[in-house]
Design a protein around this ligand. Structure first.
Ligand code: FES
Length: 188
């Protein structure tokens, strides 16, 4: 507390020194320190205003992009998932769909059903993995977790469900047939 008081007193006394030192030159070089303080405050407020506007626009842009991506009606080509037929219950494998760079995870639940999702966590895009012990999808980065059957968030910071990949079993072969970006938790 005393440190703060001393600092305030030092700043006030420095200010008085500056005013004393510049007083003799005021006639030749008029210099208004009060006005300078006003400008500085105004500049600071402008800076805060611009920064807030930039953040607001940035967040709006991300939300708009997510909404557009979700509405985009892409046509997908069914693709077989290698190794899916031999996948044991309560285990998973990684694949890509629809493009090579679109990482995905296929889970065969304990009851034998297949579920597939985009592998990127909807929080900050860390890859999720299947926890056999907990029988759920987990994100190692900030301890988020997703339900295997729905892809919905169980807990943690992820704001929405995992992207859903539709699966079809045709003649014993498992196919990925479409992928949908999530904008919220899927209907349960
Ligand atoms: S990136 Fe998955 S919980 Fe943060």
């Amino acid at each position: 507390m005393n440190d703060l008081k001393n600092t305030i007193n030092r700043v006030l006394s420095d200010e008085a020194d500056v005013r004393d030192a510049t007083a003799p030159f005021q006639a030749d070089f008029p210099y208004d320190r009060d006005e300078e303080a006003q400008v500085t405050r105004r500049e600071f407020c402008n800076f805060l205003g611009f920064t807030s506007a930039a953040l607001f626009l940035g967040a709006g842009g991300f939300a708009a992009k997510a909404a557009i991506d979700a509405r985009k009606s892409e046509s997908f080509v069914a693709a077989p998932i290698d190794g899916a037929g031999e996948l044991a219950p309560n285990s998973s494998l990684n694949f890509t769909y629809p493009a090579e760079e679109d990482s995905a995870i296929l889970v065969r639940a304990s009851d034998g059903t297949y579920h597939a999702y985009g592998q990127k966590c909807t929080h900050l895009s860390c890859p999720v993995y299947y926890s056999r012990d907990h029988q759920r999808l987990e994100c190692p980065c900030h301890e988020g977790a997703f339900d295997v059957a729905s892809g919905n968030v169980l807990y943690g910071p992820p704001p929405r469900a995992l992207d859903a990949i539709e699966i079809e079993v045709r003649g014993g072969q498992v196919f990925a047939v479409s992928r949908k970006a999530s904008t919220d938790n899927h209907a349960s």
